[in-house]
Design a protein. Structure first.
Length: 209
């Protein structure tokens, strides 16, 4: 038996109305899609290496310095954070506290060299400014927890490196000794040391019979 509708417009609305099953299916599909997207995003970020603890501390200190209007500390922190950002775009990103401490010491040495120039020029105002920045840089290096090695300790490591070079059957040259010390996974990985001092010690030990 055919059904008749006196109102054609009402019939059209019934035919075009989505069923509850269709609505439920669409909603479920959207929820599933969102869940998969969130999972993929979380997996992506979890694969990224965590920043060095010292770097995280410096970022937090930057906000504190801004609130306190500590212009000297702000200048130091902004300079170091900018340097780490630039390094992240190169083949040698800063991923450990030891690498960050090396950057701090290098920056401090640059400021120390500038101080000598300002002294010669009679610019005591700039001498004081640079000296204050050096103090902050070395403060972070000292509080990093990274083991700092003195000359005697560096000499011991250099001797160990020379022995390893000999065991490998290579010439005990300065370059080969340095590779054993500073290459990834080397004897000095994760340690704080003065590169210039290490180079002098390695040269002396390489020349010793």
């Amino acid at each position: 038996m055919a059904l008749r509708f006196s109102n054609p417009a009402a019939l059209q609305r019934i035919l075009l109305r989505p069923s509850s099953t269709t609505t439920t299916t669409t909603t479920t599909s959207r929820i599933t899609f969102l869940q998969r997207t969130r999972t993929a995003t979380a997996r992506f970020y979890s694969d990224e290496p965590a920043p060095p603890p010292l770097l995280s501390k410096m970022k937090g200190d930057l906000k504190t310095a801004m609130r306190a209007k500590d212009t000297t500390r702000l200048s130091v922190l902004r300079s170091i954070l900018a340097a780490t950002l630039n390094a992240s775009k190169t083949a040698s990103p800063i991923r450990t506290d030891a690498q960050l401490v090396a950057l701090l010491r290098k920056t401090a040495q640059t400021s120390q060299d500038a101080i000598e120039g300002f002294k010669s020029a009679g610019r005591e105002d700039l001498v004081e400014k640079e000296a204050a920045q050096v103090k902050i840089l070395l403060e972070y290096a000292a509080e990093s927890g990274v083991e700092a090695l003195d000359e005697a300790q560096l000499g011991e490591f250099a001797e160990q490196a020379k022995a390893l070079v000999a065991q490998a059957g290579d010439a005990p040259s300065m370059s080969n000794i340095m590779k054993k010390l500073v290459a990834p996974g080397g004897l000095l990985e994760g340690k704080d040391y003065d590169k210039a001092v290490l180079a002098k010690i390695s040269q002396r030990i390489a020349a010793a019979k």
